[in-house]
Structures are given as C-alpha cells and as structure tokens.
Design a protein around this ligand. Structure first.
Ligand code: NDP
Length: 452
C-alpha cells in the first residue's frame, strides 16, 4: 500500500480551504496539511468581505453624523481620517488572520506558509523545493481581480489596492457595475472621495431584479456618485503627475486621481500545475468539478471561487465542509446551490434571494407585490433614503419565488427572509405572520395587492 505524507493537502488558506482542512482533521481524524502563499484567511478576511464591511461601517458613521444633526444633535463633523482607520483595520485583520491560523493548527493542520503547486495527482511541490505527497489534494486557491488589457500596465487599482492605500484620493473613476464596483463606489463616496462610476451596460447590477437595479442606481446618484451607464472607456493614460486621463464612449475626457477596475475576478489557476496533473479547467480557467467538488482526476478536488460556481464565502465554506464529510466522513454530501441569498453592501444595502421577476416570468405566471417608500427614520428628517420590498409570487402554487429588499440593513433582513423562501413559504404564509411594528420590514407581511 502506498504511504502518503498526508491524507489531505489543501492549497489555499481561505474560507473554503480552511473549513475543509479543519473538518477533515478535527471531525474525521485525517492527517492534513495546507499551504498559503500570502495571508491566512484569504480574500474574504484579508481583502474582501471583512475590510469592505468595515469600510461600509466607516462610511455609515459619516452619514449618521449628518442624520444626527438633523435629529437635533449638535455635531461638529470633520474629515474622515483614513490613516487612523487603516491603522485599526490592519490590527483587526492581523487579529483575524491569527485566529484563522490558530484554529487550523488547533485542529491539527500543518500549515506551510508558502506557495504550493501540483506536481502530479498525489504530489504537491512547495516553493522551497520540497515535495509532499497526499492521498487527496484540495484546490482552494480562490480568485483574483484583474485589469483588462490594454489598461493593465498603467498602475490603476483593483479592489486589492483599496485596503492598502496610504491616503484617500480626491477623485476616483470606478469601472464596472457589479458587486464590487457598486459597493466600492458607495463606500468611497461616503468617505469623502468624489466618485464617478462608469458601467458599459444598460443598468448596474446585471442579473439582479430590475427594480433592485433601478433602486440601487437611484441610491448611488442620491449619494452624490456620478453614475454613468451605457458608457465605456475608450482610452486611459497616466499623466506625468500620476493622475489618469480617461476618455469614454460619450466623448467626455476627464482626469481622476485614480482609477479602480472592478471589472470582474478570475480563478487563481495560473501556474498551479493543473496541466501537468491533467486537471480539466473551463474556458475561463476555473477548475471543473462535479456535485461533490471532485475534478476529473479522482484524487483532486476543488472548492470555492476557483471553481466559479457561486463566488460567495458562505458557499465556499459549505463546499469545503461537504468535501471533508464526503471524502473523510463517509457521507457523500452535495452542496445545494439553489436559492442562495446574497447582499450587496451599497448604501442602502440590497438583499436578494430566489428568482428575479424576469426569471420567474420565464417559468410561468407570477404576481408581484412591492412597496417603495421612505422609511420612518429618513422621512422624519427629509433624508433621501428609500426602501424597496418586493415579493415575486408564483400565481399557481402561491410560493414566494423571490424576495428582494433594498433598505438599510437589507443584508440582515434577507438572511431571515431566505429561511422562509428556502422552506417554500407561500404568500399566504407571509400574510398570516403578524407584523412587527414599527419596522421597515413589516412591509413584507403587509403587501396586500399585487402591483402587476
Ligand atoms: P461582477 O462579475 O459582479 O461584475 C463585473 C463588472 O465588470 C460587470 O459590471 C461587468 O459588466 C464589468 N466588466 C467586465 N469586464 C469588463 C470590461 N472589460 N470593461 C468594462 N467593464 C467590464 O464582478 P465583481 O468583481 O464585482 O465581483 C465578483 C464576484 O465576487 C461577484 O459576482 C460576487 O459573487 C462576489 N462578491 C460578493 C460580494 C458580496 O457578497 N457582497 C462583494 C463582492 C464580490 P457586464 O455586466 O456588462 O458583464
């Protein structure tokens, strides 16, 4: 019988990889090693969800001061001190990184703090030259933002650079209309940067429910962001003073202190040795896996963003856990990728679960219930914040197929609504739930008549 150094070698210390390693080691007694070339915690902890959300809080405190003044507080609002925030952010990320490391090591996982590549179906090559064998290899290398050519040599930014900037720029061009572009535009505008968000398509947040798209677009404008849709870059140049000059399809030429490309992410598979090991990837370079996260090479599995299924941390965690239970726990578990809720941390936030109106209509007759209004907290001070609550209901089964919320705290609200939608709740189930008053989300159980 072949003797391997480890039962499992995980490449990548992010959300998916760490969960898989911990569960395999602590719950199923596997001998596990892991390699991480950068920092433990991966995109979510180091340069994604966590620092982004902390910046959302920071921006929110600025707005809260203005609201507080309108409510009667005597407020003296200064400028946002990025250095002070950054100092605290670095400390927090260090804390979280060490928790990730401690938890993995506490579960018995050996961590190699260096790059690892695949040499063959059972062998990993470490950057220091060592070769390590394992019965199973898990690819959990995540994804990375990129700048499309020909703009990739100018020193423009991706989301990775935001958390490392030394000071806030005065003005910024944000390119893209997806999660990252919308969130970053909102956050940076809220911290005092003059943001222009440019999107090539008809409306931002492509793929989201149309009412959500329009509501968020209006909110971006209300924040003071110059939102330009149906507009793309024609040229970008770096000026001698380091600023950028951008020309767009609308014929405008403008200068910005910096440019953020939030134009998508790609899987981290370059130079990983997949070809040598014979692991199949798709056209975008993502590892192809089956429902159990197994690649075409039986000993090699992959979870998280590197597989390009749903690029969300909690999904990667589920996939990592399911992999460990399947391979080491003797219980095959396929992750259910249906009806996964998500939130875009714009200001206000957008939360969504289930089908959009357009997707539901394509399947059959639907009823749409919707309320758009200024929440009490905003109406009192004539603030512009508006909320949207929308239910997409199947006209035949009465099931709520989709729930879409744009409101302060929508990320929190959609988590709860997602339980009902996942359980198959009907509109009548929502209706017989007594409202919690006075709240914004009571609208969800008070929507009486379909709007269409
Ligand atoms: P998205 O795919 O969401 O958005 C990419 C955007 O860039 C789209 O608007 C796209 O336009 C545009 N784009 C792509 N290529 C070009 C180009 N060459 N020129 C101009 N525009 C271009 O990617 P993100 O990077 O924003 O986010 C990646 C994923 O990470 C998300 O899909 C999400 O799953 C996850 N994420 C989740 C978050 C959360 O849960 N809150 C936060 C951040 C990320 P078009 O629509 O026309 O293709």
């Amino acid at each position: 019988m072949t003797q391997f150094d480890y039962d499992l070698f995980v490449i990548g210390g992010g959300s998916g990889g760490v969960r898989a390693a911990r569960i395999a080691a602590s719950d199923h007694g596997a001998k596990v090693a892991m390699a991480e070339e950068y920092r433990m915690g991966g995109t979510c902890v180091i340069r994604g969800c966590v620092p982004k959300k902390l910046m959302v809080f920071a921006a929110g405190h600025g707005a809260a001061m203005d609201e507080g003044a309108a409510y009667g507080w005597q407020v003296e609002k200064g400028r946002f001190d990025w250095q002070a925030f950054r100092h605290r952010l670095d400390a927090e990320l260090n804390r979280l990184e060490s928790i990730y490391t401690r938890n993995a090591e506490g579960a018995g996982v050996t961590i190699y703090h260096q790059r690892a590549t695949i040499a063959d179906p059972h062998t990993v090559r470490l950057a220091d030259g060592r070769r390590v064998t394992a019965k199973h290899i898990l690819i959990a290398t995540g994804g990375t933002p990129f700048i499309p050519a020909p703009y990739d040599t100018l020193g423009a930014w991706t989301s990775n650079d935001i958390f490392l900037m030394d000071r806030l720029p005065g003005s910024m061009l944000v390119l893209g209309g997806g999660f990252i572009a919308c969130e970053m535009a909102g956050v940076l505008q809220g911290l005092g940067v003059q943001v222009t968000q440019m999107y090539r398509g008809k409306q931002i947040l492509r793929g989201f429910d149309q009412d959500v798209q329009e509501h968020v677009a209006a909110a971006q404008v209300a924040l003071g962001i110059h939102l330009e849709v149906n507009t793309d870059l024609v040229s970008l140049e770096r000026l001698p003073d380091g600023r950028f000059r951008a020309a767009c399809t609308q014929g405008r030429v403008r200068e910005f202190d910096t440019v953020l490309f939030a134009t998508g992410r790609r899987p981290n598979t370059d130079g990983l040795g997949l070809e040598a090991a014979g692991v199949a990837v798709n056209d975008g370079g993502a590892v192809v896996v089956d429902a159990y996260s197994q690649t075409n090479i039986p000993s090699i599995f992959a979870v998280g963003d590197v597989t390009d299924r749903i690029q969300l941390t909690p999904v990667a965690i589920r996939e990592g856990h399911a992999f460990a239970d399947t391979v080491f726990g003797g219980t095959p578990v396929a992750v259910d990728h249906e009806t996964v809720a998500s939130a875009v941390f714009t200001r206000p936030e957008a939360g969504t679960v289930g089908l959009t109106e357009a997707e539901a209509r394509a399947q059959g007759p639907v009823e749409i219930y919707m309320a758009s209004f200024r929440p009490m907290q905003a109406a009192f001070i004539n603030a512009e914040t508006k909320a949207l609550f929308k239910l997409v209901v199947c006209a035949q089964t009465r099931r709520v197929l989709g729930c879409h919320i744009v409101a302060p705290g929508a990320g929190e609200l959609i988590q709860i609504a997602a339980v009902a939608v996942k359980m198959g709740a009907t509109k009548e189930d929502f209706d017989r739930t007594v409202a919690v008053h006075p709240t914004m989300s009571e609208e969800l159980v008070l929507l009486r008549k379909p709007v269409r």
